[in-house]
Design a protein around this ligand. Structure first.
Ligand code: 5GP
Ligand code: MN
Length: 315
């Protein structure tokens, strides 16, 4: 699978790497891991990223990300962790400047794009595909590259807890630990550290919880005004579904947050009996069986009722 990707990389010199909007640990891990590896191969490589949560600011070189492409054109765009090209964290005009596109992803495919695809739907993280690609290309994974790949794998597997975790995932992680990745520090910074406003947002999201279908569905909404008032940065207002699904008997948890542009972002988690990616795709989004999302663009109450109804038919 990696032969075509290797050929494309070999013949390219000026390369940009981009993940999805509202980058999570896997998007950041796959993008920077790939970019640092490309630099090691002697390429002129950069990551395009608009902004990310402060919690990732401990990662090396993260502040070097560019927002735009400065050149008129470039050889290759590597897109990671994004199931469709309208979710890439870059301007359309910069996307169009690429002579070739390589796509590396692990989502259920909705709109495939690009010249060469490395898609492995059953791997838990795009970062694990980047790991496999680098190993296949015999590129040495150094500590910085490893730190990013480990971050991506750790975050998208819920610290190796989700059922999506494969034996290969644990083997990759073991390799990264062996080369010196400081996994304890990554875990501490991303799993056990948060700003006080975020803790208050968690309390607010739990307080706002609504229960449907005898506890099989737990839903919470937090408005943009509340997020703003609490002092939580928009890109940091995520991660509430993990708490909402903790009560026994929960099948699906849904967290909806208001955004500054007036739309509402939906985040869903499933225990595995219901494929939430199908629901997300139905509403124009995407994701995986157990984790998916989309954006509500119309009236919140109407959209909410539609969602609760469709879930009711499945739980
Ligand atoms: P989260 O709930 O953490 O934002 O996202 C869970 C999963 O669903 C991730 O894999 C993410 O890429 C995917 N996802 C979330 N929102 C959207 C969306 O608006 N469109 C698509 N295509 N995927 C989404
Ligand atoms: Mn991912």
């Amino acid at each position: 699978m990696f032969n075509e990707a290797k050929k494309l990389i070999d013949k390219s010199n000026n390369i940009y790497v981009v993940g999805h909007i509202g980058p999570d640990g896997d998007s950041i891990g796959a993008a920077f891991g790939m970019c640092l590896a490309l630099r090691k191969m002697g390429k002129n490589a950069n990551v395009i990223m608009q902004q990310c949560s402060d919690s990732f600011k401990f990662l090396p070189y993260i502040n070097e990300a560019k927002k735009n492409v400065e050149e008129e054109s470039y050889d290759l765009l590597v897109c990671v962790d994004s199931s469709s090209n309208d979710r890439l964290d870059m301007l359309k005009e910069d996307y169009d400047k690429a002579k070739s596109i390589l796509m590396i992803d692990h989502h259920k495919k909705v709109n495939p794009y690009g010249d060469v695809n490395c898609i492995v739907e059953d791997l838990p993280a795009a970062s694990e595909i980047v790991y496999d690609l680098l190993r296949a290309m015999e590129i040495e994974i150094d500590k910085d590259i490893g730190t990013y790949i480990y971050t991506g794998i750790m975050t998208d597997t819920g610290s190796f807890n989700y059922a999506s975790t494969k034996p290969s995932t644990l083997i990759a992680a073991a390799y990264l630990v062996e080369i010196g990745v400081d996994f304890g520090s990554i875990c501490d910074k991303l799993n056990h550290t948060l700003k006080e406003p975020k803790l208050k947002l968690i309390a607010k999201a739990i307080d706002n919880m609504e229960v449907y279908y005898g506890g099989k569905l737990r839903y919470s909404y937090v408005s943009y005004e509340d997020i703003n008032r609490l002092g939580v940065e928009e890109e940091d207002a995520e991660g509430m579904t993990n708490y909402l699904r903790m009560p026994e008997g929960t099948e699906i948890s849904v967290y909806v947050r208001g955004k500054s542009d007036g739309t509402n972002k939906v985040s869903m988690r499933s225990g595995g009996n219901v494929d939430v990616s199908k629901i997300a795709i139905h509403f124009g989004g995407g994701g995986h069986v157990r984790a998916a999302g989309y954006t509500m663009r119309d009236d919140l109450e109407i959209e909410k009722q539609k969602l609760i109804e469709i879930i009711g038919g499945r739980v």
